[in-house]
Write a protein that binds this ligand. Structure first.
Ligand code: GCU
Length: 330
């Protein structure tokens, strides 16, 4: 499914995408940084990136501009990361889960029930540990710039899921992420990796019985039209990550890097301010459209996922990071 699209992207790249979007290039009115992602234009994370562009243009007096390509126009998250690595795209915004394939440090965010609450996760993203993890994919020519809040992920399915036992035997879509795969297996379901942009059709055609995501993505990608049950078990709180290619980063002056970093961090604060309201609005919208929102006993899901948390305790990368996250106090 993923492989089939890559030749198309390479063709596009050869045929001019690289020129039109070479991360950063001369134009009459400043240099343009292309930024691609897979979310809808009404999503708070998209709005955060639009704000990033405004802030960067203001700080640089128009010398640096950002062009945002939403809705997976330039490919899946993994494909966008590969384009950024090649220098054919300046920046992308992906889920931290997809970065696991580029830096294992990101796996820690895929652990179930890792954070005590929203304040805890924000303290981790804003603190030294969050920055350390952002820097991890540099060896793969990628640099994390900031985190955007993606709340918590919960199951949505065609049949109601009220307890972990209801997941047994279901085919659940996962991101391209070893941790997501392991988590679904821990719940007794079978995991099928599918790119976000292909998920609506996959649900419709019965390739999978359900998926999991935060309320805005469930709502704005219209997956609720196919999955009429949403179980708020909130198993993971995987952040979104803004990524710049080291190819582009290394060509920026020290001052331009500072502008970009500051603009990104300010845009993340702005997006975070939109999150709670957007989550509530999406829940209300799917309910109004007839989706049954189930509020299960979260403790049962916590217990069902215990073996996965145990299994990474001795992992040389994830174990120490998970312990350090546990020690962070907001
Ligand atoms: C979240 C995240 C997206 C990601 C999606 C997914 O919505 O914000 O970046 O694509 O999950 O499940 O693939």
């Amino acid at each position: 499914m993923f492989a089939a699209r890559i030749p198309v992207l390479l063709l596009l790249l050869a045929a001019g995408l690289a020129v039109a979007g070479a991360g950063c290039r001369g134009r009459e009115s400043g240099r343009v940084i292309k930024l691609a992602h897979g979310l809808d234009v009404t999503h708070s994370v998209h709005r955060g990136m639009v704000r990033l562009g405004e802030l960067l243009a203001a700080k640089s007096s128009g010398r640096l501009r950002v062009e945002v390509y939403a809705n997976g126009q330039l490919g899946s998250e993994r494909e966008c990361l590969e384009l950024v690595q090649l220098g054919g795209l300046g920046m992308t915004k992906v889920s931290s889960s997809v970065l696991e394939g580029f830096a294992p440090e990101f796996k820690v965010f895929g652990l179930p029930y890792l954070f005590r609450d929203a304040a805890h996760r924000q303290a981790v993203f804003d603190g030294p540990l969050g920055r350390e993890i952002l820097a991890a994919p540099e060896r793969k020519f990628l640099r994390g710039v900031c985190y955007y809040d993606a709340g918590s992920r919960s199951f949505y399915t065609k049949k109601p899921v009220r307890t972990p036992a209801d997941l047994r035997g279901l085919k659940i879509r996962v991101q391209e992420s070893p941790m997501a795969f392991a988590l679904i297996r821990a719940f007794g379901a079978s995991a099928t990796p599918i790119a976000f942009g292909e998920l609506y059709t996959a649900l419709q055609q019965g390739v999978v019985d359900g998926a999991e995501n935060n309320p805005p993505s469930f709502h704005l990608a219209r997956h609720y039209e196919v999955c009429r049950f949403y179980t708020l078990n909130e198993h993971t709180s995987v952040p979104d990550v803004l990524v710049v290619g080291t190819d582009l980063w290394n060509r920026l002056t020290a001052e331009e890097r500072r502008w970009l970093q500051e603009a990104a961090e300010e845009s993340a604060v702005y997006q975070r301010g939109l999150w709670a309201e957007s989550e509530a609005a999406s829940l209300a919208a799917v309910q109004a459209a007839g989706v049954e929102v189930i509020r299960p006993d979260r403790a049962a899901f916590y217990t069902a996922a215990a073996a996965l948390r145990e299994s990474v305790r001795d992992d040389p990368v994830i174990g120490p990071l998970a312990r350090r996250i546990g020690e962070v106090r907001p």
